[in-house]
Design a protein around this ligand. Sequence first.
Ligand code: 6PG
Length: 480
Amino acid sequence: AQANIGVVGMAVMGSNLARNLASREGNTVAIYNRSWEKTQTVLDEHPEAGFVAAHDYAEFAAALQKPRAAIIMVKAGGPTDAVIDELVKVFEPGDIIVDGGNALFTDTIRREKAVRETGINFVGAGISGGEEGALLGPSIMPGGSDESWVTLGPILRSIAAVADGEPCVTHVGHDGAGHFVKMVHNGIEYADMQLIAEAYDLIRRGTGKSPSEIADVFAEWNKGELESYLIEITAEVLRQVDAKTGTPLVDVILDQAAAKGTGAWTVQTALDLGIPVSGIAEAVFARSLSSKPAQRAAASALPGPSSDEFQVDDVDGFIEDVRQALYASKIIAYSQGFDEIVAGAEQYGWDIKKGEIAKIWRAGCIIRARFLNRITEAYAENPGLVALVTAPFFTDVVSKAQDSWRRVVVAATQAGIPSPAFSSSLAYYDGLRADRLPAALVQGQRDFFGAHTYKRVDAEGTFHTLWSGDRTEIEAEDTH
Ligand code: 6PG
């Protein structure tokens, strides 16, 4: 056996990851794909990689040094289960099976439990960075056992992106922790993309600037505190001219955003955990709304301001307001995402280091951004930080941004330009900082129709008002 690591699945992500592994000192990579044809193509195109190609699972296992370690890069769901079943047959106790796809973390927990029975380690690893990241250096979020990390750690460190000299990989926690964190990463990705899209829309409609002019705005923003991969690629997309029509590409792309499900998982999980990830949820719903052409056509004649009437007087001032609103809303999205990670860690018993997560997101992944350093610092200063937005640095940013943020939401509302992520992030912020919330009234209503009881601000215990009787208050059992 010559190989120290194997990859199953030679589609683009799998072959790129295999090439990345092969390009690093000390790695020899075994590869396997269901159809040999694809394996042959990879071999022909990348002789430099020195792959050890297997025709079947037995040959694949024989090519791997013990403890064997193999990364599965196939479609999530059934195909992943099928590969696991095959690997379990040819692997031995102590060997390691890694699922590098976007699996739902509860599937990873289930698989880890089942595979562990055989003595084999199962590691769900979130891998972010798209095709280019897989090839040149992704951000990697592995879960699984401590035993598996001993073998996997050095291998994954060898291929991960590097930020300030540190590889963007850490052992996130046991069983499904890695895929959980990757799921939240994707939820934040959805929010960030939607916020950027809203910023573009407002600037375009409010200032009449062309997509390529707005590309310049984003390129400028990318030099400052908003510097990030998503801002950078936004400028590139906006600058692209369609060869067929000679118009900006963004104007000929159908305005219906697709989704493969990880954003929805983030929100579904947050609902179960009771964590308000409202910015992420709005981003997921904005994609759903965009993809309902029949409803949109039927509603297109509904009354409201015509968006062409919207014209700001102070173009530079407005653009700066939008930038501030974007920065503040982005902080909210990350704050909500980290809340979900904290709640997930508590629920599933994972020891997740928040600062480490921010660190491994600094390079390689889709949401990589300059300000992640600030998140790492915030958790380093105060590991028990209850909400990211309350860390001194972020409080400072938000206090500077909030007037702009409000102006943008007001302008968008008045102009009839949908800005669900901007406005819900602001509502979340105001909700969080409110002295008193109308939740008190909701409790009163619940008590009225269902005797659901309430607590008082001035006394211990649980109370109920005899609404259908003489309306006196009695002490009651807590029913929540
Ligand atoms: C990444 C991306 C990657 C994928 C998204 C796309 O981190 O590299 O998040 O995982 O591009 O899942 O998701 P949608 O198709 O749902 O937009």
